[in-house]
Design a protein. Structure first.
Length: 80
């Protein structure tokens, strides 16, 4: 459970930095597009940062499946 929390904290930080928002706004139930106002370019920035942090390869399909912050948490947790 500690690893999952560490992943969530790190991913939330990456998302907050990429979207220039407060980390308190980034919670697992927030919609990336409607709540946090992400666009395709910011999503790519997020996944590039995740790839650099965790050495996880991703595909365009992986990005297209993301709707909420929790989806990114699950993607990273499943691949670390």
């Amino acid at each position: 459970m500690k690893i999952e929390q560490d992943v969530a904290d790190t991913v939330n930080s990456i998302i907050a930095q990429a979207l220039c928002c407060d980390i308190e706004q980034v919670t697992k139930d927030k919609d990336m597009y409607y709540d946090l106002l992400a666009d395709s370019l910011s999503m790519l920035d997020i996944f590039v940062a995740i790839e650099q942090t965790y050495s996880i390869a991703y595909t365009e399909e992986d990005i297209s499946k993301v709707e909420r912050v929790g989806d990114i948490h699950r993607f990273v947790s499943a691949n670390v």
